[in-house]
Design a binder for this molecule. Sequence first.
Ligand code: C2E
Ligand code: CA
Ligand code: CA
Length: 603
Amino acid sequence: MKYSNDTKPPFKPRLQEVVRGDRELVPFLQSSFIRDCNISDMAVEEKYLLYFSIVKHSSNSVVITDDNMNIVYVNPKFEEMSGYTYHEVLGKTPKILSSNKTPEETYHDMHCTLQAKKQWKGEFVNIRCDGVEYIQEAVISPITNVKGEIVCYLGEKKDITAQKKAEKEVQQLTIFDSLTGLYNRAYFVEEVGRQTALPPVKKNHFSIIFIDLNRFKNINDTYGHLAGDKVLRIISKRLGKTISSDDFIARVGGDEFIITHRNATEESTSQLAKNIVASFHEPVMVNKQEHYLDASLGSAIWPEDGRTLTEILSRADLAMYNAKTLGHNYSPYSSDIGFKYTRELELSRKLHLAIENDRLSLAYQPKVDISTGQIDGMEALLRWDDAELGMISPVEFIPVAEKYKMMTLLGNWVVMAVCKQLNRWENEQKSFNGRVAINLSVQQIEHPRFYEQLLSILNSENISPYKIELEVTESMLVSDPDKIMVLFSRLKSVGFNISIDDFGTGYSSLSYLSKLRVDTLKIDKCFIEEITVDKHEQTIVKSIIELGHNLGLSVIAEGVETTEQLNYLSSLGCDTAQGYLFYKPQPGAKLFSGDHIHALAKV
Ligand code: C2E
Ligand code: CA
Ligand code: CA
């Protein structure tokens, strides 16, 4: 050790002497000399005494090491904080305090800074001699002599364990979801926002998996919010078990979660999604009650599927939505999905305008009595010819209208258009047997004022319900059977006919079917397509016809395109047929003009 002239007599012995002897120090500190004297007038030795007494009574833990980092002095606060006595640590390095939890970089940074003769500030996780960990905020200053050589290091440390704990608690409140302990939306947005700002390199690709619980609302409604909360906590724990330590989960909405999966590939993402889906297979037990839940999942990968946080989020959301729509548990994002939903949004926007601006029309497809070859009714089918997009099929836009809750509006438009057409035909003295069939959507019949609205439109155009048949699909009957039964008898009592459309594709129970007062079963065209070649389809069609007749209903086959199909249906005793073999759907004005209307040869 090198001593400067200033520090003679030798620093180390002098220091130890001062520290050991309180006897010396106390009277000194109490002396009027301290109070009265001017420090600059003091002798060097007196100055030491003063300085060390200050150090000794500091409320910070103070450690002085020599230039080899060996402890030469610690003050009483150090002893209190660390549990070690002065004699136990003398000559040792402060490493004895280490808990091994301070990052290596911290020590590295400290050494570099001190080597450069600069003061270093930082934090250590240390361990007391009784094994208790504590966090210290440290300021370490290299002390140099007049020549600029380091003679010792002065370390001042404050215990910030309590402060850290409080900070952590505050942090918990700001980044964690208090119900589940998972990260919250704010944290997710911040963290993923940070990730997406990085330049993409092979190693930092990640995916997000959007998870939306299905039917969770039912649990809340039926068993109360406390049960709902418990279910969410159990689900959160299960989700936690599916991810690796690099991944994290955030609860971003009531029953919505997002998993951020690091080092992602398509395969690892879909494997994780499968594991998540599997984690729902077991019921959730809350208050001795088993709850069966499942979820819809959608994933998107950064940077392939989207570069910004907003993009990646909306794509995972779309993928999830796609899964829900298809009734699947999981769908990864693809550009097809992007296109589909962009178009869907465009259609929903344009459909509003189409209704307002009368851009829709109806095509009518006659139904033909198989035994007489005569027209036995019509079916009204919606047509939409958009100025920019061209003809859009109802197979595409009806589901959009349903999804965007526009079906009642659209359905009422159809009823009104049918009524007007019936009056036009009447005025032009163009008549036909049978009724005009109107297709209904589930949203229409579920509307509380459906019946009233329907009758009010008919009344306004002076059309009798005896002119109208209502086509409802089998799948629409299952939602609320009792309500449907009441509605159907009201409709029947004022004169409407009801037919069950796409019959054979849903699963209505036979006893229910016999109780519903319907008139017709309409066999879906998917069974007719193969009817002349496929034995299986033949059996189905034969059974439907028998069933219908046994229940006293008439049976119609749709999608009849060939004479072979017609002949076969005829041989089974099917009553009515509809299809391109007879007529394609066409505008009301065209239908009864020229050659369009003709009696078919009896089959
Ligand atoms: P749907 O009620 O099963 O109607 C039969 C569909 O088959 C119609 O398609 C019709 O044009 C088509 N079709 C008729 N004959 C043949 C044939 O011989 N071969 C083939 N391959 N197809 C035939 P479209 O007009 O495209 O309508 C599709 C679906 O859109 C309808 O199926 C119906 O579910 C729905 N839809 C149409 N208009 C309305 C409406 O006003 N309201 C509601 N709610 N749905 C409608
Ligand atoms: Ca139909
Ligand atoms: Ca059909």
